[in-house]
Every structure is written in structure tokens, then in C-alpha cells.
Design a protein around this ligand. Structure first.
Ligand code: NDP
Ligand code: MG
Length: 399
């Protein structure tokens, strides 16, 4: 068996570190070729040392000097590449077999498209790239001959429950046997909080997810259910399903990770402990199954598995995502960009929790009333993304 050379985009994050955990369990199968970071250069030094990465990517010269200064004596430095260009070059590096796309936000777009064009096996944890640029990204996957494996737990679950002939390829059309995709959502930390208290919740409360430990942005997105909204759009692109055939159900225990309903009435689900190492191991080992390090489910010890319909009044961000997907690609770009800006402002204490969805809605409304060049290239998507971010910044000042 040849060892796979792996590049982890966003190695210092929650998904990046979980990926390194799984890789470390299988030294015969995987080698770390490249790791990337943005702010956490100290962590990158430690991870690159432990994993013996050959290449690292940091954002700029300041980070490069810090990396060089912190690198312990006794072993030569890895090759250090810089910025967005370094990320794109590394994602497409001929030495790389597999790319874990785990940079948060639309910042992942250029490098993940670069990996697609170079025909890599892409383990897609990042969801914002598909939301903002689904068509452009999937075109690159197809023309580059890349293999796309969803890592987001819901999409990984759906992938595992899909008809077997779809495995290993990107769906071109809805599968005629599939009636509906059912995404599960935990409901986050505010599922049962009285609505009037939502206006005073803090970033710390919003980041206290009941079942998962994740990065801050996705934790806030889980509280607002913007995360599930992004996942609805992600599912639309990954499985070529129209918005009418995608639904969301709240399942507070996070044991059933999502479901596929077939035309005959069968519903298939994938279940596992809420541990991202399970979908990560699935992607790394595909088509084989490998150990993930996760605890195994004890269904008898599990009390009840509950399911309930999400309330749009409590979770307006979810409604906005369904509406944006039904409206246009421009609306989806605006939704994603405005949400990133608003969450950042909320995390910095500059925006009220309930105003996050307000800012997103106002930005979408403004963008769909304007006209833009068709979103058929990455540059066009990035230009609209930037425009929507500026609008959202303004709306954050007067939500
Ligand atoms: P984290 O915030 O924990 O990590 C984000 C990573 O991206 C870090 O390595 C960070 O570097 C890097 N990064 C941040 N901004 C930039 C930038 N502008 N350019 C380059 N690199 C950057 O996020 P998560 O690991 O939680 O999530 C990563 C992605 O995976 C997200 O898109 C999320 O939606 C998705 N996902 C995450 C899940 C989870 O359980 N965490 C589950 C399903 C999907 P540094 O730390 O050095 O600043
Ligand atoms: Mg998810």
C-alpha cells in the first residue's frame, strides 16, 4: 500500500487538528506533506514538528519570521510558502494526493478550487466555498478529475446513505430513487431559551455548543442555525437536489447525523457519536473503513432520540438560507458573506445576537436588487463577496 500524502488547509483549527489525530493513528497509510495556518503560528510550529510536515503555508513575512524563530534546533525547517498564492500552489502541489479543506469561511475558496483543478482527492469540511461558488467549484472538480468527499457530518452521513452507484462521484442530477434529504440539527444552545432572552446572549454562551467542540464561527452559526442553512445550500450542490427536496429536523442528541428518504418510504440514516473524527476517517480511508479513535455508540445507554420541526421565528437565519437558495446564486453569496461579517462583529461584542440575521437579510435584499456580472468565474464570485461584505459592515453599524 502506498502512503497518501496529505495537505491540511487550516491545520491549526478544530477540523485540522482532528485530521492530524486520525492520521497519527495510521502511519502506514498517511504522511503529512503540508500544513497551513493563519494566526496561530506557535501551534503550527508544534504541529509541523510532530507530523514532520515538509511544507507549511503562513499568511505573510511577519508570520514567516515568527515561524523561523520558534522552530526548535536539531531539525531543518520545512519549506515555508506565503499567502493565498502559497495556499493555491500547495493545494495543487504534484506531491499531494489528498487535500483536507478546513480553512473557515470563503477564504478557503481559491485554494480548494486550485486543488479541484489539479485533480486531487478533496475532503471538504469547509462549507462556505460551496455556498458561495457551488457551480464554479463543481465545474473545477469535474474538469480537473478531482474526487470530492464531504466531511461535514450531515453530508458525510447522506453520502454514506446514498445509492451505491453515486459513491466516488459528484451527482449530475437528483437521483430518481431519492425523495428527500433530511438534515439533522442539534438546535444549538438556545433551542429552548425564551425568545425574549435571545437579545442579551453573549458570544461565550453562543459558543457553548451542547454536543460538539468546534471553531468559534461555526459554533455561533450552530446557535443561530445559519450553519444548517449553509448546509442546506451545501447539500443542494453536493447531491444535485432542488431546495424542495431538502428538509431540516432538530435532533438534540446529535446521534443521527442525517437521513435519506427514498421513494418507497425507506429512510436510511447514519449514526455515530458526535465526533468529527468519524467522517474524517471515512474520507481519509475511502473506500475502505479505518479506525477513527472515536468512542462507539451505546444505543441501549442512549435514552430517547427526539426529532422536532425547527421554528423560523427562533431561527430566522435558517429561513433566509432556504429563501436565498430559492432566489439566486447572488443571494447565496450575499448570505454567506454577510453572515461571516455579522458573526465576526458579534464575537467582538459589536453586534447583538438577534441582529446577525437582520444584517444578513438586509444585505441579501440589497444585493438581489442590484445587477452583477454572471457568477461564472471565481473572480466574479469574489467581487460580489467583497461587495456584500462592505454592505454588511454598513448594516452592522445600523442593524
Ligand atoms: P477553526 O476556526 O477551528 O479553524 C479555522 C482554520 O482556518 C484555522 O486553521 C485558521 O488558522 C484558518 N484560517 C482562518 N482564517 C483564515 C484565512 N483568512 N486564510 C487562511 N486560513 C485561515 O474552524 P473549524 O475547524 O471549526 O472549521 C473549519 C471549516 O470546517 C469551517 O468551514 C466549518 O464550517 C467546517 N466544519 C467544521 C466542523 C467542526 O466540527 N469544527 C464540522 C463541520 C464543518 P489559525 O488558527 O492559524 O488562525
Ligand atoms: Mg455540519
Amino acid at each position: 500500500m502506498e502512503t497518501q500524502q496529505v495537505c491540511i488547509l487550516g491545520a491549526t483549527g478544530s477540523i485540522g487538528r482532528s485530521t492530524l489525530d486520525v492520521i497519527a493513528m495510521h502511519p502506514d497509510r498517511f504522511e503529512v506533506y503540508a500544513l497551513t495556518a493563519f494566526n496561530n503560528i506557535d501551534t503550527l510550529v508544534r504541529l509541523a514538528w510532530e507530523s514532520r510536515a515538509q511544507v507549511v503555508v503562513v499568511p505573510d513575512q511577519v508570520a514567516l519570521r515568527r515561524f523561523t524563530t520558534l522552530w526548535p534546533a536539531g531539525r531543518s525547517l520545512p519549506e515555508i510558502r506565503l499567502g493565498q498564492q502559497g495556499l493555491c500552489e500547495t493545494a495543487a502541489d504534484p506531491a499531494v494526493d489528498t487535500v483536507m479543506a478546513a480553512i473557515v469561511g470563503a477564504a478557503c475558496l481559491p485554494s480548494v478550487i486550485s486543488a479541484a483543478r489539479a485533480g486531487k482527492r478533496i475532503l471538504l469540511a469547509n462549507k462556505e466555498a460551496l455556498v458561495a461558488a457551488g457551480a464554479v467549484f463543481l465545474d473545477a472538480v469535474r474538469s480537473g478529475g478531482a474526487q470530492l468527499l464531504p466531511i461535514d457530518s450531515e453530508h458525510n452521513a447522506i453520502y454514506q446513505c446514498m445509492p451505491a452507484e453515486l459513491l466516488g462521484q459528484v451527482a449530475e442530477a437528483p437521483h430518481p430513487a431519492v425523495k428527500k434529504l433530511i438534515l439533522t440539527a442539534s438546535g444549538g444552545p438556545f433551542r429552548a431559551m425564551p425568545l425574549q432572552q435571545l437579545s442579551s446572549v453573549t458570544p461565550e454562551q453562543a459558543c457553548m455548543h451542547p454536543n460538539w467542540v468546534m471553531g468559534k464561527k461555526i459554533s455561533v452559526d450552530s446557535a443561530t442555525m445559519a450553519n444548517k442553512g449553509l448546509e442546506v445550500i451545501e447539500a443542494h450542490w453536493l447531491f444535485s437536489m432542488p431546495v424542495e427536496q431538502i428538509s431540516v429536523v432538530i435532533h438534540p442528541q446529535s446521534v443521527v447525523h442525517s437521513m435519506v428518504e427514498y421513494v418507497d418510504g425507506s429512510v436510511l440514516s447514519q449514526m455515530a457519536a458526535p465526533d468529527m473524527r468519524v467522517p474524517i476517517a471515512y474520507g481519509l480511508g475511502f473506500p475502505e473503513r479505518i479506525h477513527s479513535g472515536s468512542a462507539h455508540l451505546d444505543l441501549a445507554a442512549q435514552n430517547a432520540l427526539e426529532f422536532e420541526t425547527p421554528c423560523f421565528e427562533r431561527f430566522p437565519a435558517l429561513r433566509l438560507a432556504f429563501e436565498a437558495l430559492g432566489t439566486s446564486q447572488e443571494a447565496c453569496v450575499a448570505l454567506n458573506a454577510a453572515n461571516e461579517v455579522a458573526v465576526e462583529q458579534f464575537l467582538h461584542g459589536k453586534l447583538n445576537y438577534i441582529d446577525i440575521a437582520q444584517v444578513v437579510e438586509k444585505t441579501i435584499d440589497r444585493v438581489v436588487g442590484e445587477s452583477f456580472e454572471p457568477l461564472s468565474t471565481l473572480d466574479a464570485v469574489l467581487a460580489l463577496d467583497e461587495h456584500a461584505r462592505k454592505l454588511a459592515q454598513q448594516f452592522c453599524l445600523h442593524p
